[in-house]
Write a protein of this length. Structure first.
Length: 302
């Protein structure tokens, strides 16, 4: 027995029950005022630590200089007298009254020219030599004893050899700069090559890269910080040596100018030359630090 269940059909038009629209009160959000960037207070402490200590150091130097000048009588000029002499000297730094009477500007430029030539030749020889010594163990074992033997020799000891070979004071001074500048670049470049991770070289061997690509694509970027450190050390050494070399060889240059002023017993000009040599060396060091910072990711400290 089958029972059927029938549903009554829905009416055609069913009216929907009215829906009550509940209104909720809208809360007015407060309007934020436009944000103004707060101006940070000026860091006077950083300025104090950056400016005051160097000024105190210079003041201490001038005070000590004044005490020594007063205690030695007329032997060492006072800071005020030296300042007046410097103003007169730098009012015409590029005068020329013959080969033995030229302004301090020409002497500084002549010394920089010798340093540039000797340093440039040392870079052309020393940096590739450092790459080869660091890259090949046979060359490293071959040249390390020679470098260890010749590097401690005073650069001025090479000056007579230069005078004997080149028969002239100017090329002998350039030779001295060359021989004292080459060692830092060779050693630092070779050390940088030897510290390249072996995994890099293994990948290059797997990829069957040529030796030129290994040097330019792998070694050079990794060795660049070491190489620039060697360049900085070489420039500092070259600027130190050129003064002593020019004192011995003569001609136009800041070293010869210092020796000539000593012969004239002009101590004020000698002190001015000392500060000039220091300022030029400081500028060279700052320029090379900026160059090293531009080409490396690490912080370069002077």
């Amino acid at each position: 027995m089958v029972s059927a269940v029938f549903h009554t059909p829905l009416p055609a038009h069913t009216e929907a029950a009215p829906v009550r629209a509940e209104t909720t009160p809208v809360r007015a959000e407060p309007v934020e005022a436009p944000r103004t960037t707060a101006r940070l207070p000026f860091d006077w402490r950083a300025l104090w630590l950056r400016v005051v200590p160097p000024l105190l150091g210079l003041g201490l130097l001038v005070l000590l200089w004044q005490v020594i000048a007063q205690s030695t009588g007329s032997g060492i000029p006072s800071p005020a007298f030296t300042w007046d002499a410097a103003v007169k000297l730098f009012s015409a730094p590029f005068y020329s009254n013959g080969p033995n009477d030229q302004g301090i500007g020409w002497n500084v430029l002549s010394s920089l020219q010798r340093v540039g030539m000797g340093f440039g030749m040392a870079a052309l020889v020393g940096i590739p030599a450092g790459f080869l010594i660091g890259r090949f163990r046979f060359l490293s074992r071959m040249f390390n004893p020679l470098i260890s033997l010749l590097r401690p020799v005073s650069p001025l000891a090479w000056l007579p050899i230069g005078l004997l070979v080149f028969k002239g004071a100017n090329p002998a001074a350039i030779w001295t700069i060359f021989i004292c500048s080459i060692w830092p670049m060779v050693i630092n470049t070779a050390v940088g090559v030897q510290r390249v991770p072996q995994d890099y070289l293994n990948v290059a061997r797997v990829l069957n890269l040529s030796e030129w690509k290994v040097i330019t694509k792998i070694l050079l970027p990794a060795v660049l910080p070491y190489m620039l450190t060697g360049v900085r050390l070489a420039v500092g050494t070259a600027w130190l040596v050129i003064v002593a070399a020019e004192m011995l060889t003569g001609g136009v240059g800041i070293g010869f100018w210092v020796w000539d002023e000593w012969n004239n017993l002009n101590v004020a000009h000698i002190i001015i030359a000392i500060f000039t040599i220091g300022l030029v060396g400081l500028v060279l060091e700052f320029a090379l630090v900026q160059l090293a910072t531009a080409f490396t990711y690490e912080e370069v400290k002077s």
